[in-house]
Design a binder for this molecule. Structure first.
Ligand code: NAD
Length: 495
């Protein structure tokens, strides 16, 4: 039976939860840019619980896609009344939940004006986003906006027909200011340390290039909470679509499969109100410092481990994350990288047992039922490695702490860029900097210095650190010669 408002009540069983609130009564207080798997498994689920259990009917979501490939999401969601299914999978079994918190969807390439008007509408209080690390036009080295980027240049020249997130946010904020409204809160849910502060800084920079008065208004009145987000959400496969139909009888064109675990720690800084997220298990914190600590733990343990499985894992021919975890020596490598190289650099958080956190991560990575794809975890590396691996490298250099495993991961990424695995099979690279990276990787061979010269990713200091450069070069040489699986034993402790 096809998912939709008409069929909804027929799906409700002990194993399938469906929304019972009246979706027609829900106002859209949140506009979300980047309706991918993660948003639909995370923020949209929290909001669904607020609607279902707490009657918070001012906080429905209007989804927005600003990229051409978002047309597919528009088509699927609109054909099923914007309903979709979240399937939680673990060793305990599968549990399906139909989510009703997304009420509508705007596809920007069809109608840019409609998106700007929606964000500027008085009912909109929050514009949230999961636009991937590349959506921020953030230069890791200078911490500035990539003002010369063609998308940014386009939006500065065509403020009424933007193509970047910042172009849309800016255009809508101009209107809100003219209408005497408060700015909406800009809520980044992307995996970046200081995601809120970066969003603020990029938007203010963009605004300064157009109108310093607007930049000032945003600086004085805007709110950009930092937050840490967590829920491993693989890309949906055809098999997921089929098994939802077979197991639960739900025909859903684009369900989301995820793990039972979910976490969100958000700084309580909203310019125009917020839903009572704490009622549905969100950790609201008052001090930006607290969020930063949680973010740091998550990015340098969970995400860094993902990188440690993605790039060497792709070279070694693994397809899924849990397959990597099934190999004892590789499992040991991931554990030791967390314990010996990431953990010692992390701050203690009162009430958080970091070893228990690491143990839970190993269990989550080992979940065979979610089938998390190595290529998904690997994609967009130029936005990820500088966030997940390099901060630990930089601090390890500074404090003369161990960093061999971090160097091994860096080396594996550098070799991965060539798109050929240890057996000589080719694979695709999905990265906005692919061309530049591949040219430098080719030029450098097993010498990392060419790639390390990309200032925007690595700054100046790393490339000049002898210990780091030598370790990366050594690992590149070993992996090139013997392959990842023969090299990994040299990077774990011998018992
Ligand atoms: P996805 O591929 O399912 O969706 C990505 C969405 O971002 C799409 O709507 C796409 O159009 C949009 N997008 C991509 N580049 C953009 C750009 N430059 N400007 C505007 N929009 C852009 O991916 P996903 O799994 O939903 O992950 C998205 C982000 O969510 C990640 O990059 C990460 O920061 C965060 N996240 C994901 C997970 C996860 O497990 N999937 C976990 C935590 C955080």
């Amino acid at each position: 039976l096809k998912l939709g408002t008409q069929s909804l009540s027929q799906f409700a069983t002990r194993q399938v939860q469906v929304p019972t609130y009246n979706r027609d009564d829900v106002k859209e207080g949140i506009v979300h840019i980047g309706v991918g798997g993660f948003h639909r498994a995370h923020l949209a689920v929290y909001v669904d619980q607020l609607l279902q259990k707490h009657g918070e009917s001012n906080w429905g979501i209007c989804g927005v896609g600003i990229r051409a490939n978002d047309a597919a999401m528009r088509d699927v969601l609109s054909s099923q009344d914007y309903l979709y299914t979240v399937v939680e999978r673990s060793a305990k079994g599968s549990f399906a939940k139909v989510v009703g918190s997304i009420n509508s969807f705007l596809f920007a390439p069809d109608n840019r004006e409609a998106v700007i008007a929606k964000m500027a509408h008085p009912d909109t209080h929050i514009v949230s986003m999961t636009i991937t690390e590349s959506g921020y036009y953030y230069n890791e080295n200078t911490h500035q906006l990539q003002a010369e980027h063609e998308d940014i240049q386009h939006d500065l020249a065509h403020p009424d027909a933007p193509i970047s997130t910042f172009g849309f946010l800016y255009a809508a904020l101009v209107r809100r200011r003219e209408q005497g409204l408060k700015p909406f809160t800009v809520l980044s849910c992307d995996n970046m340390q200081k995601n809120g502060s970066i969003s603020r800084s990029m938007l203010e920079s963009f605004a300064r290039l157009r109108d310093p008065e607007m930049a000032k208004w945003i600086a004085e009145n805007g709110a950009f909470p930092n937050c840490m987000v967590d829920r491993i959400t693989p890309s949906t496969s055809q098999r997921d679509i089929q098994s939802l139909k077979d197991q639960f009888g739900i025909e859903d064109g684009w369900p989301v499969v995820t793990e039972p675990f979910m976490q969100w720690v958000v700084e309580d800084k909203f310019s125009d109100g917020r839903p009572p997220f704490e009622k549905v298990g969100v950790q609201i914190v008052h001090d930006v410092h607290d969020v930063e600590q949680f973010e740091k733990h998550k990015l340098r343990l969970l995400n860094a481990s993902h990188s440690a499985m993605a790039y060497p894992g792709q070279l070694a021919g693994f397809k899924y994350v849990h397959e990597v975890m099934e190999v004892p020596i590789y499992r040991q490598f991931v554990w030791e990288m967390m314990q010996e190289e990431a953990k010692p650099l992390l701050p203690e958080i009162p009430g958080v047992d970091i070893d228990a956190y690491c143990t839970t991560l190993m269990e989550r990575f080992s979940n065979p039922t979610i089938m998390d794809q190595i290529p998904r975890v690997a994609l967009g590396a130029s936005g990820k490695i500088p966030q997940f691996i390099m901060p630990s490298v930089a601090e390890a250099i500074w404090s003369n702490a161990p960093l061999r495993r971090l160097c091994f991961v860096t080396a594996a990424w550098f070799l991965y860029i060539n798109g050929v695995d240890d057996k000589g099979n080719k694979f695709d690279i999905d990265d906005p900097m692919k061309e530049e990276l591949q040219a430098l990787a080719k030029e450098g061979g097993n010498d990392p210095s060419k790639l390390l010269s990309i200032k925007m990713l690595f700054g100046d200091n790393l490339r000049n650190d002898k210990r780091f450069v030598e370790e990366v070069a050594k690992a590149m040489e070993l992996i090139s010669k013997d392959g990842v699986m023969a090299t990994i034993p040299k990077y774990v402790n011998q018992n």
